[in-house]
Design a protein around this ligand. Structure first.
Ligand SMILES: *Cc1c(COP(=O)(O)O)cnc(C)c1O
Length: 341
């Protein structure tokens, strides 16, 4: 058995997706002449009730482009201390935009209007960087797949409006949030200036993230994408995979959520596990008891054919996805307790 639960990015295209890839109509997307890319962008702009969308190779590039569109060098953005834009995009915020991050101490990667309000630098105090953008992550990655209520996002939106700040959602796993909380994507569209959605996570496409926003902010997005090296040619094959995923593999995310919840329950019953964080979507974060050596634990799991992520300090992450079958799930539930032998 080979069970890879390190991330939901490890999936392979499904049969239906492969067919969509092979049959895709393509053109040169740098000239905006790829019908499949155009169709994907139109679909997602409409999905979130926005005017415009642009296809990027990766989520990091799309987030970085969004940050560039919202800021000028020497300014500052606000995000949670666990934010992907701060921790996992190679320092791109400072490299690409010359911007610094003011980190706030949220809960499970989620921030609050109070934290944002307190982190804004006074606009007339020229010694400190000008605050220009707030980035929220939904669902949170390092925060264990936690997702926001629309009302929470709305209160942060009010703070952004009041202080004239841009509002960006890193929605790498927004599809999981929408399914888990039965939310209307257009509600997000009303609040955020820009949104990213990854097609290569739970949705299961080989690549691609789309940045969505209204025309005014998106005016410069093509140029920024080109600067970052992200202008692609007959990439409609991949866009078709993304569109296929949105239309056919969206609601099945609830199966990943059910499996993640069952894994969470199983872990809670094990003595060598100190704590399991609440499971809201497809990510399970748990902490090993101090007496357990994480390296030894991981090696044992590997021997059983199970791979998960070690996030350091005894913090472990499991992510369920479409290639994690019922059979694998039953094997894991039955055998996980042997990992400390
Ligand atoms: C995966 C992910 C991204 C994008 O990552 P890429 O590997 O660059 O596509 C962005 N934000 C979050 C929260 C993620 O989990």
């Amino acid at each position: 058995m080979h069970i890879d639960l390190r991330s939901d990015t490890v999936t392979k295209p499904t049969k239906g997706m492969l067919k969509a890839i092979v049959e895709a109509k393509v053109g040169d997307d740098v000239y905006k002449e790829d019908p499949s890319v155009n169709a994907l962008e139109d679909y997602l702009a409409d999905f979130f009730g926005k005017e415009s969308a642009l296809y990027f190779p990766t989520g990091s590039m799309a987030n970085q482009a969004a940050i560039k569109l919202h800021t000028n060098p020497a300014e500052q953005l606000i995000c949670d201390k666990w934010g992907h834009v701060y921790n996992y995009e190679g320092g791109g915020v400072s490299f690409n935009s010359g911007v610094s991050c003011k980190l706030v101490d949220g809960t499970r990667g989620k921030i609050t209007p109070e934290l944002v309000e307190a982190a804004i630098n006074p606009p007339d105090f020229y010694h400190s960087p000008k605050t220009s953008l707030v980035c929220v992550e939904n669902t949170t990655n390092k925060g264990g797949g936690a997702c926001y209520d629309i009302s929470e996002l709305k209160s942060i939106y009010e703070v952004c409006k009041k202080h004239n700040l841009g509002y960006h959602m890193d929605g790498a796993r927004i599809a999981n949030a929408i399914v888990a909380k039965k939310q209307d994507p257009k509600e997000f569209g009303k609040l955020f200036d820009t949104i990213t959605i990854c097609l290569s996570k739970g949705l299961g496409a080989p690549m691609g993230t789309v940045l969505i926003g209204n025309e005014k902010i998106m005016e410069n997005a093509m140029r920024v994408r080109k600067v970052l090296g992200g202008g692609m040619r007959q990439v409609g094959f991949m866009a078709a995979a993304g569109l296929y995923a949105l239309k056919n593999q969206f609601n099945r995310l609830k199966e990943d959520h059910i499996k993640a919840t069952e894994i969470g329950q199983m872990l809670t019953s094990l003595k060598f596990i100190k704590n399991v964080e609440p499971v809201d979507t497809n990510i399970v974060i748990f902490y090993l008891d101090e007496v357990i050596d994480p390296t030894h634990f991981m090696a044992n799991l590997n021997k059983m054919g199970i791979r998960i992520s070690d996030m350091g300090d005894g913090k472990m992450r499991i992510v369920t996805h479409l290639d994690y079958t019922e059979q694998m799930h039953n094997y894991l539930l039955e055998n996980f307790n042997k990992a400390v032998n």
